[in-house]
Design a protein around this ligand. Structure first.
Ligand code: CA
Length: 231
């Protein structure tokens, strides 16, 4: 399982595909390139990426139509989208942002600026993927070193429990549904049942010891919520 954000690039121009692949890989993203919206839907059906980088002018289904479709389905409603537009497509760009794209870049773009925009959108929309260390109460989690400590003591967690904790810590004080938590796990977990989350939560609480029980609340009929033990 890779800890790197996975970017799905939907782009039909080979030169831009190559530029994007190179720039994103240099910035330590995992990259998957498809050249049609239809192929993108297939990929997304198999595995939810961290973000979609979407060209507007595509053969077949347009980028705008794809964005609309993604926003219309529960599983992909929250998927961050950055639109890539040709300089003249002002109307499409406005339409794209209306549909809920998180940002847009115009061609020709500077790869450096694009990477900065991607990081900003991830930070805002998917903070669990942005790679920032996070600390709540006695618990500190550092994605770069994939380490967790509680009261300064190293805690050993399995990869799924680690991701779950990262999602909970980057979305604190919010009741999160089991479905949301399952979707947040990288890799293909969509065939797992909701209740599988309960197993991971149990292991996570056990791994964190008393702080785990104090901080990870069960929200009846919904799922779970992480709070600081000091609040
Ligand atoms: Ca195009």
């Amino acid at each position: 399982m890779s800890g790197r954000p996975r970017i799905l690039v939907v782009e039909d121009e080979v030169a831009i595909q190559e530029l994007l692949r190179y720039s994103l890989e240099q910035a330590a993203f995992e990259v998957l390139v498809v050249d049609t919206a239809e192929a993108a839907l297939n990929e997304i059906r198999n595995q939810l990426p961290s973000m979609v980088l979407l060209d507007l002018m595509l053969p077949g289904m347009s980028g705008v139509a794809l964005a609309k479709r993604l926003r219309g389905e529960a599983r992909t409603r929250e998927l961050p989208i950055i639109m890539v537009t040709a300089r003249a497509d002002e109307a499409d760009r406005v339409q794209g942002l209306d549909l809920g794209a998180d940002d847009y870049v115009s061609k020709p773009f500077s790869p450096k600026e694009l990477i900065a925009r991607i990081r900003a959108v991830l930070r805002r929309r998917a903070p669990h993927l942005a790679g920032d260390p996070v600390e709540i109460g006695p618990v500190r989690l550092d994605p770069a070193s994939r380490s967790v400590s509680c009261d300064g003591q190293a805690v050993t967690l399995g990869p799924t429990e680690f991701e779950l904790l990262q999602y909970l810590m980057t979305h604190p004080n919010r009741a999160l549904t089991r479905d949301q938590l399952l979707n947040a796990l990288r890799g293909d977990h969509r065939f797992l049942e909701d209740r599988t989350i309960d197993v991971y939560i149990r292991r996570l609480r056990a791994g964190l010891g008393p702080a785990g029980d104090a901080m990870i609340e069960t929200v009846r009929g919904i799922g779970y919520k992480l709070t600081s033990p000091l609040e």
